[in-house]
Design a protein around this ligand. Structure first.
Ligand code: ATP
Ligand code: MG
Length: 372
């Protein structure tokens, strides 16, 4: 087999009658979503036959500060390796275009899931929320804040496990060095952001997590308003309604996350200890077991079965290892990660079968959530 140049995407040629459009080793299947500066496509790797998502960015349409943001997003993704965070496989770049190849979340956005299925039972919400919390905790431990946590950026894989996506507003932080940029979408934004104050990144994410938990359990937003000033007023006052069906423990946890004063807001460590979170011992176990069994390979500790398969495909072993060690995110790394994914997929299917999908709540109804 011949491996093409390491980083170039090769042709993004127009299909000659019925042949799929191609980028590097990937065949484009269809559009998954559109962002402000990017289009996200579903594609298939020609060698491993695995499906991936490719975020395609036309650099000529971006000003320098937006381009910087995109490069920061890539830089952050390179550092993240967690079962509940979308995995980066490859980065391809030409003079005008940037292609970010990542893991594909087959069941799409949590936003769409809630829109068609209605709010979740608290049991189901707890399982999802543990996974979300593990992902955000992992980011914070790596000094990364997400700053755009919302149901549109929480994707679901083939096993309905959470995959945190879109680090477009992500940033690095050090405690005691506050950030100041306005970030995220208004209904999920914390009071300190509305007030234009400097803020500690992790506390901002915790507020958004409070909004996320409310949305999972209620199927509607806690803070809404006919206009931005009206929304701002509700958020800065921390005023929201608790529906009759919410349990007292759940209300207690949400109220601790949606505390207006960021210094008094609950921490991730405290959330993990909260009664509502611990009501079902299988929920943290499921989130934790995936975190422990996957993705913890250290530098120089690569999967022998995957390297052997690659060798039989005629792909140079040494170059693969070098690509992984150097964080090259080229074709060699991509094939390695995609084959590794197969192994993990098999394992997580076994785990989901053991833990079960979790029941849908009674009285669940289709919801209307305004897309932000
Ligand atoms: P926005 O500015 O609207 O937040 P964006 O340019 O940052 O968008 P993303 O949020 O990364 O782009 O992707 C846009 C949409 O494409 C997502 O909300 C989701 O619907 C879809 N999408 C992105 N990545 C994936 C993926 N890995 N698997 C499945 N769908 C995806
Ligand atoms: Mg997004």
């Amino acid at each position: 087999m011949v491996i093409m140049s390491e980083s170039g995407p090769g042709s993004q040629s127009s299909p000659p009658h019925g042949r799929p459009l191609q980028v590097g080793f990937y065949e484009i299947i269809r559009t998954l979503g559109k962002g402000n500066f990017a289009v996200v496509k579903l594609a298939r790797h020609k060698v491993t036959k695995t499906q991936v998502a490719i975020k395609i960015i036309d650099k000529t349409r971006l000003n320098s500060s937006n381009l910087e943001k995109i490069y920061r997003e890539v830089q952050i993704m390179k550092l993240l390796n967690h079962p509940h965070i979308i995995k980066l496989y490859q980065v391809m770049e030409t003079k005008d275009m940037l292609y970010i190849v990542t893991e594909y979340a087959k069941n799409g956005e949590m936003f769409d899931y809630l829109t068609s299925n209605g709010r979740m039972s608290e049991g189901e919400a707890r399982k999802k929320f543990w996974q979300i919390l593990m992902a955000v905790d992992y980011c914070h431990r790596h000094h990364i804040v997400h700053r755009d946590l919302k149901t549109e950026n929480l994707l679901l894989d083939a096993n309905m496990n959470i995959k945190l996506a879109d680090f477009g507003f992500g940033n690095f932080y050090n405690s005691g060095e506050p950030l100041s940029t306005w970030c995220g979408s208004p209904p999920y934004a914390a009071p300190e952001v509305f007030e234009g104050k400097e803020y500690e990144g992790p506390q901002l994410d915790i507020w958004s997590l409070g909004v996320v938990l409310y949305v999972l359990v209620c199927g509607s937003l806690p803070f809404d308003g006919a206009s931005l000033p009206a929304l701002r007023q509700r958020v800065t006052e921390g005023r929201f309604r608790i529906p009759f069906f919410m349990s007292q423990d759940c209300e207690n946890l949400i109220r601790k996350m949606l505390v207006v004063d960021p210094a008094k807001r609950i921490t991730i460590a405290q959330i993990k200890q909260h009664r509502w979170m611990l009501a079902d011992p299988s929920a943290p176990l499921q989130a934790l077991s995936l975190s422990i069994t996957d993705y913890n390979s250290n530098l120089g500790d690569y999967s022998e079965p995957v390297l052997s398969i690659m060798q039989t495909l005629g792909i140079d072993r040494q170059r693969t290892i070098e690509s992984l060690q150097n964080s090259s995110y080229n074709h060699f790394s991509a094939i390695y990660y995609l084959l590794l994914e197969r192994v993990k997929e098999h394992r997580s299917q076994q785990l989901s079968r053991q833990c079960g999908p979790g029941p849908r709540g009674p009285g669940a109804h289709p919801t209307r959530l305004p897309r932000r």
